[in-house]
Ligand binder design. Structure first.
Ligand code: ZN
Ligand code: FE
Length: 769
């Protein structure tokens, strides 16, 4: 074809997650579809694409490069240079070998669930990867969990010990093959081996290992299964005794377990799954999704009092093979209570030797480089939202708009209960996987090595450290020990900043941060906070009235203690004495009066705890947030007849030196009166939710009058209450507010490191100006 004036040349430099996710084969297919000639290749940290063709074809290519990009890819930047072209179009498009060179800013990909093409090969007799538990291709497979170093290349992953057989090597080198440069490629002749070890001391290999594990599970045994980011403990969700034994093994009495179902169809037999939830369940990230339960033969020991089921779908070929034999399985991270998830075979073997409730281990000889728990998500207010961000999402970056150039690299240490940290550089934040609380030596040491691992992997050397104000947080201690310049970011300001970062909110923002505890700028405990952000500067402009609470550690789990303190605060002395834990009331009153071990707290989380105990819904939490979660469940059970719409309880809103103060004590007095009249706790729980909505709405209306700000950000663990969100958000929107919530990060403390990054960088910007 001869060239015309309409022929152009385009050079595209694409950076982001573009290696290890099937990006180059996608580019080649797309170019050929549009009749473009040229080449694509990996070049120091980005993908270089050169194209020749008509302007229309080039424009179509560029827009589809974004809209049809592979699921696992992330385009951080696409640099485009267009010039007229004198050379003829020859209609060939090729994938060229990579340029060796420095790593540049390569972004490693998160782990990706096995794809449909690999699945069909997995179950095709005669395929070289028939029933292969490690089948993968450029579009799927483990990534971040096997990467030792970047750039992403087989020799720098834990697949380095497995030389490719001739077939795999041919496919690996063939640009048109689905396994072209698939670093984790292997087949039945090469790659990792499956093993099963049980109490008898026998170790079985290969497909027999899988059958033996499946047989044990079907008989009700608990079996450890090596996964992507660590080991799981598995058992049948239909055997009550096994589930109870698993609870003892984990040291977890009541927190619901997640269930992996063989397919969406199976999951739908046990849960009422909406279209959006089905979509989320099937994403390549494969999170655990909290969906409504249906009546089902699954034992109550799995979910307890929850109205939800944590459901997820198989994401490794091994899960598909195993669940085909066993049906649904309870799968929970293999970690003794409070400790990080076990990932190494030796760690698991030691655990096995100490715990005879564990019957066998289904393992393999591929090393897990990084610990990654399963992620947890839910669809709330029509959008998928993460509750725990780990496998499948980490280390996907978040762009920090406005902080691209001229800012130092920052390490953000995160919070205490849900430990996570982040590194921010050149306008991107890389947030680590969320792990448990930093309250054991093991957890702190895992946290510290995760920080240095991420610094090494991403080749980021922080020049600044951001951390929480709380002097007793291990993360804060660690931050101080780094010996670098420090920026303190108040906990609830970080919550609001995380929403602003996620949605690239500019200008002024009003926020509500409702959670259990956070250290305030005045040294008291905050947690029911209204915040105003102006040009990245945060101020407390309203809050719940502080109530004097016990400051001892265990009071967070003991809702009844909060209840007694709230009752005394509201002047409800008789109600305190007649409370089921009223025997402690006199001592507590004496301690409050003498101010022994007490601290003022404006926490909304504690208010939910108090109400949960006052209504006798839950007096003591076995896991984080249980009493508030049970209050939500009670409220969700309330069904009223038309004409009897429930109303909020009374509260007051008053101006004070520290901003607008909302007082819930009138609501507590009304609750106690209604309870004495015999009003059911479900109705009162619901009305308490309505009260929090009414108070929040009134507060925002008053703040909008004062400030003229119409954009709202909501964050904090209390906003993981689905009922509250579904009542509150529409009410705010009806009043014309634009409402933003956490989506890609948890509203709980998993969002704190991102918020710290945003707030710390914003404070530098303000200083500069
Ligand atoms: Zn092979
Ligand atoms: Fe928080």
């Amino acid at each position: 074809m001869a060239h015309t004036n309409d022929t152009f040349r385009v050079v595209l430099r694409v950076s982001g997650i573009v290696q290890g996710v099937g990006f180059r084969p996608f580019v080649a297919r797309l170019a050929r579809e549009h009749g473009l000639s040229g080449f694509v290749k990996n070049q120091s940290g980005h993908v270089l694409i050169e194209l020749v063709g008509t302007k229309a074809a080039l424009e179509a290519f560029q827009s589809e490069l974004v809209s049809r990009r592979p699921a696992g890819s992330f385009l951080a930047n696409v640099d485009v240079k267009l010039s007229p072209c004198e050379s003829p179009v020859d209609n060939t498009f090729v994938i060229l070998p990579s340029d060796e060179g420095d790593a540049g800013t390569v972004m490693p990909s998160p782990d990706i669930a096995v794809c449909a093409d690999c699945l069909s090969e997995l179950f095709t007799k005669g395929d070289p990867r028939y029933e292969n538990a490690f089948i993968s291709c450029t579009n799927c497979g483990p990534r971040y969990s096997v990467i030792k170093k970047i750039p992403y290349d087989r020799s720098r992953t834990s697949m380095d010990l497995f030389p490719m057989c001739p077939l795999c090597e041919t496919q690996y080198k063939e640009p048109l093959d689905r396994r072209f440069h698939a670093q984790t490629v292997c087949c039945n002749r090469c790659g990792p081996t499956l093993f099963y070890t049980d109490r008898s001391g026998m170790t079985i290999k290969g497909s027999d290992a899988l059958s033996a594990a499946a047989a044990a599970l079907k008989q009700g045994a608990i079996v450890a299964v090596k996964g992507i980011g660590g080991y799981h403990l598995a058992c049948s969700p239909h055997h009550e005794e096994s589930v109870l034994a698993l609870r003892i093994l984990k040291g977890r009495e009541q927190k619901p377990f997640a269930v992996m179902f063989p397919s969406l169809q199976h999951a739908s037999d046990h849960c009422a799954i909406t279209e959006r939830e089905a979509k989320l369940l099937q994403t390549p990230q494969r999170p655990i999704v909290l969906v409504k339960r249906k009546a089902s033969p699954i034992t109550k020991a799995v979910y307890g009092s929850s109205r939800f089921m944590g459901a997820f779908l198989p994401y490794t070929p091994l899960h598909h093979l195993l669940l085909k034999e066993t049906g649904a399985l309870v799968l929970t991270s293999a970690n003794p209570s409070g400790l990080p998830i076990l990932k190494d075979d030796a760690e698991m073997l030691a655990f096995f030797n100490e715990n005879n409730k564990l019957f066998g281990i289904l393992w393999n000889d591929r090393e897990i480089v990084r610990r990654l728990d399963d992620s947890v998500a839910a669809v709330v207010c029509e959008k998928p939202r993460l509750i725990r961000r780990a496998r499948g999402y980490v280390p996907f970056p978040t762009a920090l708009h406005g902080f691209e150039d001229g800012f130092p690299s920052v390490l953000c240490a995160g919070a205490q209960e849900k430990s996570a940290f982040c590194l921010a550089q050149n306008g991107f934040a890389y947030v680590s996987a969320e792990a448990g609380a930093l309250d054991t030596v093991e957890a702190v040491s895992a946290y510290e090595s995760a920080v240095s691992d991420m610094e090494q992997t991403f080749q980021i050397t922080p020049a600044l450290v951001a951390c929480d104000l709380h002097p007793l947080y291990e993360a804060t201690r660690y931050a101080k020990n780094r010996g670098l310049p420090l920026v303190f970011v108040q906990h609830h300001f970080a919550h609001i900043a995380s929403v602003m970062a996620e949605h690239a909110l500019e200008g002024n923002v009003l926020g509500a941060a409702f959670d259990g505890t956070g250290y305030g700028t005045d040294g008291t405990i905050w947690g029911g906070e209204f915040v105003l952000a102006i040009d990245g500067q945060f101020t407390r402009v309203g809050h719940l009235k502080p109530v004097t609470l016990f400051s001892s550690d265990d009071s967070v789990r003991q809702a009844w203690k909060s209840a007694l303190c709230y009752l005394f605060d509201a002047g409800l002395v008789d109600e305190a004495l007649s409370h089921p834990y009223g025997a402690h009331a006199t001592i507590i009153k004496a301690a409050l009066d003498a101010k022994v071990n007490t601290i003022p707290s404006s926490s909304m989380g504690r208010a939910f705890d108090a109400v949960s105990s006052i209504l006798s819904v839950c007096h003591e939490s076995d896991y984080d947030g249980q009493s508030a979660i049970e209050l939500e469940n009670a409220a969700a059970q309330y069904v009223w007849e038309t004409g009897h719409e429930p109303t909020p309880l009374p509260y007051t809103l008053e101006e004070s030196e520290t901003g607008l103060v909302a007082d819930l004590s009138p609501a507590l007095r009304a609750l106690c009166e209604e309870k004495a009249k015999g009003t059911p706790k479900e109705e009162l729980s619901y009305r308490f939710h309505l009260t929090v909505c009414a108070l929040t709405l009134a507060m925002f209306l008053a703040l909008r009058n004062k400030t003229g700000v119409n954009i709202i950000a909501l964050s904090g663990g209390v906003f993981q209450n689905r009922l509250l969100m579904e009542l509150l958000v529409p009410r705010l929107e009806q009043e014309g507010f634009s409402v933003y919530l956490n989506e890609a990060y948890p509203a709980g403390d998993g969002c704190i490191p991102l918020g710290q990054a945003y707030a710390a960088l914003a404070s530098l910007k303000t200083k500069e100006e």
